[in-house]
Design a protein around this ligand. Structure first.
Ligand SMILES: Nc1ncnc2c1ncn2[C@@H]1O[C@H](COP(=O)(O)OP(=O)(O)O)[C@@H](O)[C@H]1O
Ligand SMILES: [Mg+2]
Length: 435
């Protein structure tokens, strides 16, 4: 029986690619966002936006739309949508940690502690209210340390505060969990209490974290791509651990920084990852920085593996994740959170151009036009990082047969000569004139 409801994905004579109109493939898209993605979709040769109730081949929706509609739509073979139905297993802060803890425990059971220690990249975290007592025990074991409280499902720094005294939490808990309306457990908002990284790596005395983009095109088998570009987001205020109630100092979200009294819209609070990698290499040497970036790759792969069997592997879905990674003074990378809807709103011209290229390459990998063979290890700025196992660089395979010397096929913060690579890889669109 057909599952057709109001929002239909196109189910036309499924030729595997898309509708043929006037001898050309035409991709009908729906887009729930107003930012950079809309521009990218509109400039794509022979892609057309549909009206609300029309059928679509490609949908860039928000997670709210997905929640309301995913179970009610029928999707033809070729149709693609930009979220997995239970993406929240990785992108909600409490569930991410639950999945990572389970994955780590299984690794320890099957392979021992050294292997499990490969997952020691997330700060000690408890889900509230369910793990409140465990949290209190841990809190008391570490007197004087700083913690951060975060709503599990909010973003942009909303509802976050730092604390060092249990009294701050008990007062807040009374307000948050025990008001009249919220006595019903179903209405209690979930939070995480997490150890605050007290020694962030500072640049000009300022804290920053990294935003990195990972594209997953399948969970079974796991196929994940890493984008070369990304950025570091800086705080505007010099870091000082003595002051814990200044969110402009401690939260690096751009949306938080924009509200600082001395925020200067002319001065973007971002560095491109290339710039950061160059800076770190000049300061600490190539080897140290290569180790750091290898550890960051490990975070992507392990976190995806932790939900590999949990995420519903619907073949219509892909997901462009925005990872938040924080470096500490020992150049150890920490996983802070994974976003299902990383901000695509530009904060400057350079930021717009970077996001534009990222989204173009996302569409190139998703390949509605059928221009790829499926065997590519690189598409524009995306390098294939995991394909049911680690992916190695072509030249590395020739160097040696010893697997320990194989080099991962990732280039985070390296040169992104995507235009050159795309011009060699992709046939022009059928109706595009050759340059
Ligand atoms: N455990 C932590 N230690 C240090 N800083 C943190 C920690 N958790 C969050 N932060 C800071 O707070 C910001 C917002 O936290 P995050 O978990 O990303 O929530 P949001 O969903 O609101 O962006 C981060 O970008 C980072 O600057
Ligand atoms: Mg964040």
């Amino acid at each position: 029986m057909s599952k057709y409801k109001t929002n239909k994905a196109s189910a036309f004579k499924d030729n595997g690619k898309g509708e043929e109109r006037e001898g050309r493939h035409c991709v009908h898209f729906k887009c729930g966002a107003v930012s950079t993605i809309k521009d990218v979709l509109h400039q794509r040769p022979n892609w057309m936006e549909v009206k609300d109730n029309e059928e679509w081949d490609f949908n860039w929706c928000d997670v709210g739309w997905l929640r309301e509609n995913f179970d009610h739509i029928y999707m033809g073979e070729h149709v693609r949508i930009n979220h997995f139905p239970n993406h929240y297993e990785l992108t909600r802060k409490n569930l991410m940690v639950k999945n990572l803890k389970r994955y780590q425990k299984n690794l320890e059971k099957d392979f021992g502690r050294p292997e499990a220690s490969e997952c020691d990249f997330f700060p000690c975290t408890f889900a509230l209210p369910s793990e409140y007592h465990l949290f209190v025990e841990e809190f008391k074991r570490n007197p004087g340390s700083t913690w951060i409280m975060k709503p599990a499902a909010k973003s942009q720094g909303k509802g976050i505060f730092l604390f060092r005294k249990l009294k701050d939490v008990t007062d807040w808990k009374k307000d948050s969990f025990h008001t009249e309306e919220q006595k019903d457990a179903a209405h209690v908002e979930s939070y995480v209490a997490q150890r605050y990284i007290e020694n962030p790596y500072l640049l000009n005395g300022r804290k920053f974290d990294l935003r990195v983009y990972v594209l997953v095109t399948s969970y079974i088998p796991l196929k994940a791509w890493l984008y070369r570009d990304g950025f570091a987001r800086f705080s505007n205020t010099r870091f000082f651990l003595g002051t814990i109630n200044d969110k402009h100092m401690h939260l690096t979200n751009v949306s938080v920084q924009k509200t600082a009294p001395d925020y200067n819209p002319e001065k973007d609070c971002k560095w491109q990852l290339q710039q950061l990698r160059r800076y770190l290499t000049a300061k600490h040497g190539r080897e140290v920085v290569e180790t750091l970036f290898k550890e960051i790759d490990n975070i992507f792969v392990r976190s995806l593996q932790s939900v590999h069997k949990v995420i519903i592997n619907d073949k219509h879905c892909f997901e462009l994740y925005g990872y938040d990674i924080l470096l500490d003074q020992n150049l150890k990378p920490w996983l802070i959170e994974v976003n299902a809807s990383p901000s695509l709103a530009p904060s400057s011209k350079e930021d717009y151009e970077m996001k534009y290229r990222l989204l173009e390459d996302t569409l190139n990998v998703v390949d509605m036009e059928g221009r790829l063979t499926g065997k590519e290890k690189r598409v524009g700025g995306f390098d294939l990082m995991w394909n049911n196992g680690p992916v190695y660089r072509e030249d590395a395979n020739l160097q040696t047969f010893s697997s320990s010397c194989f080099t991962a096929n990732t280039h985070l913060g390296c040169v992104n000569d995507r235009e050159k690579q795309l011009s060699m890889l992709l046939k022009p669109f059928p109706f595009q004139k050759k340059m």
